[in-house]
Design a protein around this ligand. Sequence first.
Ligand code: IMP
Ligand code: MG
Length: 177
Amino acid sequence: MPDTGVSKILVKEQEIVDIVAGLGEEITDHYRGIGGELIVVGLLRGSFVFMADLVRKIHYPLVVDFMAVSSYGNGTVSSGDVKIVMDLDESVEGRHVLLVEDIIDTGSTFKKVIRMLNNRNPASLRVCTFLNKPSRRKYDIQIDFCGKDIPDEFVCGYGLDYRQKYRNLPYVGVLGE
Ligand code: IMP
Ligand code: MG
């Protein structure tokens, strides 16, 4: 293994390609025929790699926008204190919103963002996450499109970071000791 700090690969590059293609198909099927505008909202920074791949697999006209929220500080445990760091440019009112996240852990980030976006009266709001850690959930969240459930391990790569590093790894791995 090259010296990346990663001790185990959890989701290989080819599996990522397959997961994203599958999600793209599901999402395209869902919105096909729905009419109206689709806005795909990514949560920065973690979702940027997944989002770039995902939108190219969604065959429905769409616009993209981003929001930045922060909950982790620099550690590996959610502080539960979610801050909106950067809001959307676009209005979501009357539009179909697909919220895209890299990983849902306790659910506190998503719960807060979902509540905020719902207050802006979208035509619909659906949720897509690349990874999901169901064992860590503290808040009940309906996930409409989920890439892969993973065990309770801190992962990085494919957009996910540890102290802002490792986002450029093309796979998802677990950091070594
Ligand atoms: P939640 O609010 O506890 O659901 O945390 C969600 C956010 O925590 C995600 O958007 C990630 O930025 C971060 N996060 C949760 N688990 C991991 C992980 O295993 N690796 C990297 N970031 C994570
Ligand atoms: Mg994140």
